[in-house]
Design a protein around this ligand. Structure first.
Ligand code: KIV
Ligand code: ZN
Length: 514
């Protein structure tokens, strides 16, 4: 038998975005979707159109933007949900309606308060309704792994007859184990033979850390679509991590006889783009994308790797897009060289965006002797997800030391007017943040603050992350970059403020439209 191609269904923007601290605004979701397209995922689940006006808009915009992947929207087996999903998807090059209902006794009784017969009828009726709009219909039986297999098989046979083309059987609570999951799919293929005429899909949560292992077991049992997220983000302990699944298949094709069409060299960029956008970093020892995933610390390992990389490396860092920080451009580089570099890094920027980023590059090259690929990537990612600058920093002066109270004077511009405020604080960053809070005139809670360097070296850029929350408790992550760490921190704080304002304005607009 030839190699099986596994379809990758990415739900970073739906199941992933549902998790605490991972919310993204419209621009960020579009940027993420474009990156998923670049890495050639088969299906992008762009959101849950009915869940909010913002989600509807992002599904619609992604559906209109993405050309090389299917775009799906989630919908309960409810008419209004399906209608809204279709409204958002109708202009997609390849739309998919993804409708779901729970089939486990626990969920049917306590969540849905429906009898199994009612669930069965509803599932069929709504798949038929969705089929009236779209030929590509995915049906998910929520909490499938804790459902009665006979009942589940009956639902599966029914919805396939009604027009479902993909059947997804989620391990919603991350309860199963690899052997059990293998048996689960093998058994269902016996009980519901029509499964062999459609795409069978697995969707594994990671509560016991078994998401990827369970997905691999499902593949062995005949599953040809896997639902997963970048960095494994998602409800509770998250979903199966796409990068782990893809690299497991890629590295162990010999065992699994299966592969994906994912461009693996885009993995690192997808992972860091998501971390940059959400402000949620991956643990250093995380497989594939963790900072230490390819680091060899001990002398014995280093010696081995220097002689022959295969002594301790089962895959190359290059295969996931991790290149050595090769020095690139400097302050004498022209726009042509910059444009070529941007292209070589895999970005497709408009002339206008090239002009903007080139100016920023020049400023950076003036401050920093050596500009690395990573610096340029961070610069582009930052620009491309930039929200309107309601507030912009004009000047600041900080007075600080170990024997005086830190004082900050910050001057910012809002709608053409300058506003200046002074504040003291517990250290220079705190003083600056308090001065900005006075200028913004809102009560903001600082949830998190982190500083790290983009590359190595004394003149490396500081990369600051600031998370603030508004009165409703919604968290906004802002980033700031500068070779001066205080400046980076100020930029990050102001970026978070601008994101908060952008979000509030979008909500206002959406309320007016609806
Ligand atoms: O975990 C789950 O069951 C889901 C479904 C809605 C597909 O996310
Ligand atoms: Zn899920």
């Amino acid at each position: 038998m030839g190699m099986k191609m596994i379809k990758i269904f990415d739900t970073t923007l739906r199941d992933g975005e549902q998790s605490p601290g991972c919310s993204m605004n419209l621009k960020e979701k579009i940027e993420m979707a474009k990156q998923l397209e670049r890495m050639k995922v088969d299906i992008i689940e762009a959101g849950f159109a009915i869940s909010s006006p913002g989600d509807f808009l992002s599904v619609k915009t992604i559906a209109e933007t993405i050309k090389d992947c299917r775009v799906a929207s989630l919908a309960r087996t409810v008419k209004g949900d399906i209608d809204r999903a279709w409204e958002a998807l109708k202009d997609a090059a390849a739309p998919r309606i993804h409708t779901f209902i729970a089939t486990s006794p626990l969920h049917m009784e306590y969540k849905l308060q429906m009898t199994p017969d009612e669930v069965y009828e509803r599932a069929i009726e709504m798949v038929k309704h969705a089929k009236g709009y779209c030929s590509d219909i995915e049906f998910s039986a929520e909490d499938a792994t804790r459902s009665n297999p006979q009942f589940l098989a009956k639902v599966i046979e029914g919805v396939i007859k009604a027009g479902a083309t993909t059947i997804n059987l989620p391990d919603t609570v991350g309860y199963t184990t690899p052997d059990e999951h293998y048996e689960f799919f093998m058994n269902l293929r016996k009980l519901a033979p029509s499964l062999d005429n459609v795409t069978i899909s697995a969707h594994c949560h990671n509560d016991l850390g078994l998401g990827v292992a369970n997905s691999l077991a499902a593949i062995k049992a005949g599953v040809t679509q896997i639902e997963c997220t970048i960095n494994g983000i998602g409800e509770r302990a998250g979903n199966s991590a796409m990068e782990e699944l893809v690299m497991a298949l890629h590295t162990r094709k010999d065992m699994l006889d299966a592969d994906t069409r994912i461009v693996t060299t885009e993995i690192m960029r997808s992972s860091s783009l998501l971390s940059r956008i959400t402000g949620v970093k991956v643990q250093p020892n995380k497989a594939i994308v963790g900072e230490n995933a390819f680091a060899h610390e001990s002398g014995i390992h280093q010696h081995g790797v220097l002689n022959n990389r295969e002594t301790y490396e089962i895959m190359t860092p290059e295969s996931v897009g991790l290149n050595a920080n090769n020095m690139v451009l400097g302050k004498h580089s022209g726009k042509h060289a910059f444009k070529n570099k941007v292209k070589a890094l895999g970005y497709d920027l408009s002339d206008e965006d090239i002009d903007i980023t080139f100016k920023k590059f020049k400023v950076l090259a003036d401050k920093k002797k050596q500009v690395y690929d990573r610096d340029i990537e961070v610069l582009i990612d930052k620009e491309s997800v930039q929200v309107p600058k309601t507030f912009s920093v004009d000047k600041f002066v900080i007075n600080s030391g170990n024997s005086i109270t830190s004082t900050a004077v910050v001057k910012m511009m809002k709608e053409g007017k300058f506003i200046e405020r002074v504040s003291t604080g517990d250290g220079p960053v705190d003083a600056a943040f308090k001065a900005i809070e006075k200028i913004v005139g809102m009560s903001l809670k600082l949830e998190d603050y982190e500083l790290k360097s983009v590359t190595e070296g004394k003149d490396a850029q500081g990369d600051a992350l600031v998370k603030i929350s508004n009165e409703e408790g919604t968290v906004f992550a802002g980033r700031g970059l500068s070779t001066d760490v205080i400046e980076a921190s100020i930029y990050a704080y102001v970026n978070a403020v601008n994101k908060m304002i952008y979000d509030e304005e979008n909500h206002k607009k959406m309320r007016e439209v609806n």
